[in-house]
Ligand binder design. Sequence first.
Ligand SMILES: Cc1ncc(COP(=O)(O)O)c(C=O)c1O
Length: 425
Amino acid sequence: MNDSVSNSSNTNLLARAQKVLPGGVNSNVRLAVRDRFIVRGSGPRVWDLEGNEYIDYLLGQGPNFLGHANPEILSAVNAAMQDGMLFGAQNPLEVEAAERVLDAIQWAEQLRFNVTGTEAAQAALRIARAHTGKGKYIRFQGHYHGWLDNVLTSTKLGFGSPISLGQPMSALSGCLVLPWNDLDAVSKAINADPDIAAIITEPMMVNSGAIVPDTGFLEGLREICTEEKIVLIFDEVITGFRLSRGGAAQRFGVSPDLATYGKAIAGGFPVAAIAGSEKLLHKVGTGEINHSGTFNGYAIGSAATIAAMKILGRPNIYANLETLGTTLMEGMNGLAVKHGAPLHIQGLPMAFHLSFGSDEKIRNYEDLVKQNEASYKRFVAVIRESNIWITDRGIWYLSMAHTQEDVKETLERFDNALSKMNFEL
Ligand SMILES: Cc1ncc(COP(=O)(O)O)c(C=O)c1O
């Protein structure tokens, strides 16, 4: 580390950062966590500039599913980068990476790599429009599919509406926002509009809450899309490789027509993919559907993807993660009772959501916003002081690197944080 940085405090460095980076950050998602600079991560832990150690449940917003600086990922990347980073030509590693990802997800025949989930979502929508000759798409309230003009929308139902200055209204004219877990709303929208090319959904809603689909919801979408010749897109950028080796499609037993992957695909390296049938991706291969990107399939990203897929293919790792996450969720629930905290936990052991308020199941965005967001934000500030690294969105991600010891320590810190919240008993 550069000396002028190592001698700095979090506060001093934020002042410097704010001079050169708008808001002091490089992604607006980080505006909420800009007060600490992380200088190192190892396994499930990170350290800030002032030497504070945190148990990490943010995991870089998901990508560090194998833990920070996973030695097998580092060694694969290190070996690959000795021979160069990318060539503007084919490299054998990208072929093996594609084979291994397809072997993991099983339902798809082909894929194309990208670098970010945002790009993969754009590719999916373009392919759907090309395939159907139709122009609009359905998405769901509270889901996120990247920050570009045609997908970044407010949570208002109906036609999409911009949430950023500079976003043209026209970009969202093809975007219809519906409530999630509501098949009737989907059927009605499709009956009313013959121009729907695609339905895109997070197969488990993780960007707002951690909402597992109601029984029959994904199956219902599948049926409607097949019947109406609409392309069903699962945005597996969070769920891919996290919910199971085959992602949400495997976990919930429903196959989409196209799916996007990112985050956990490459052990923390920026890699994303759009996967589907040979039939749907054929015109990408002929060049009739444009899909490009200087860094797509770059050698070190492909090496990281191969290494990640090898690790994720080992026996018992998902079963261990389920056990660990269940222990953590149950422990938190027990501590909430002890402190009289109106805590609501839902989701799956590898991605769950905490909120304060009603303990009724949250089924959609409208349910979620009834929870007490201010209380949870206050709690996050307190638990950060107990050295747990999370965001104030409520989501907790587990990695393959967390251990029973980490969970035990987390519960002690959680206990300590709840005791400072002064809930009425
Ligand atoms: C479900 C989903 N899709 C797409 C994206 C966009 O991915 P990226 O940030 O890599 O562009 C995200 C990012 O959080 C996401 O959660």
